[in-house]
Design a protein around this ligand. Structure first.
Ligand code: SF4
Length: 223
């Protein structure tokens, strides 16, 4: 079946999604989260720091940060001004410092020092909005609680017609409907790599894109 036109039937749409996922699996078989971490707590901190910041910059900051504050207790006892200085280069440092200290105190005070493994509990941790919670549950624990929607996932899901929404919560809801649950975690990792490598925000590299046949984006360059 050619999929250069939008399929009308549910079966056609399912086949199209299956082919998109197959292309991603072939091209990005073993990708994972780019934020360096050794455990769920470190991933939570790194994800909080990654808001409005590149993963590369976060990865430069976190090794020194985790040496200075090796345990959750160290973050819980940190002075906000000092922590803000330590994470200054990631931007929004006052808010992030407040979130990280609040997260540490909440995890110690309410969850016995363990990172909660369910979305509802994790959303009670300061700094852990839905995207952050999905990152931690998916990458640290392999729990498919939802689909991580970052700037790449939002842009490319629209280009690939998996959603018409622009709000992250609504995009995630559409993706959770369109994708099989066992793909929710890996899809985001793959799309983030795809978005950095090929389907970049400005001037996507459609000429070398393995998804070209399935793409209906207005800014797509046909091959
Ligand atoms: S064809 Fe172009 S716009 Fe469409 S997914 Fe590929 S790179 Fe992105």
């Amino acid at each position: 079946m050619s999929l250069s036109k939008r399929p009308k039937s549910a079966a056609g749409r399912e086949e199209r999604v299956a082919r998109i996922l197959a292309v991603l699996d072939e091209r990005y078989p073993n990708v994972t989260c780019a934020l360096h971490h050794n455990d769920a707590w470190q991933l939570l901190v790194a994800t909080i720091l990654s808001a409005q910041c590149t993963d590369e910059r976060v990865n430069k900051v976190t090794p020194g940060l985790f040496r200075k504050y090796p345990a959750i207790e160290d973050f819980a006892a940190a002075r906000q001004e000092e922590l803000a200085r330590d994470i200054h280069s990631t931007g929004f440092f006052n808010n992030k410092a407040r979130s990280v200290i609040g997260a540490a105190q909440t995890i110690l005070g309410e969850f016995g020092g363990e990172i909660p493994r369910d979305l509802e509990s994790l959303l009670r941790v300061p700094g852990a909005a839905r995207k952050t919670a999905n990152v931690v549950l998916g990458t640290a624990f392999g729990i498919a609680s939802g689909v991580v929607v970052d700037t790449h996932v939002a842009r490319i899901s629209g280009r690939l017609d998996l959603t018409r929404e622009t709000n992250a919560v609504k995009i995630e809801r559409d993706l959770m409907k369109a994708l099989p649950q066992e793909k929710w975690i890996q899809f985001s990792h793959q799309i983030i790599h795809f978005g950095r490598e090929i389907c970049v925000a400005r001037k996507p590299k459609c000429g070398i894109c393995p998804m070209n046949e399935y793409c209906y984006a207005k800014d797509r360059v046909p091959v």
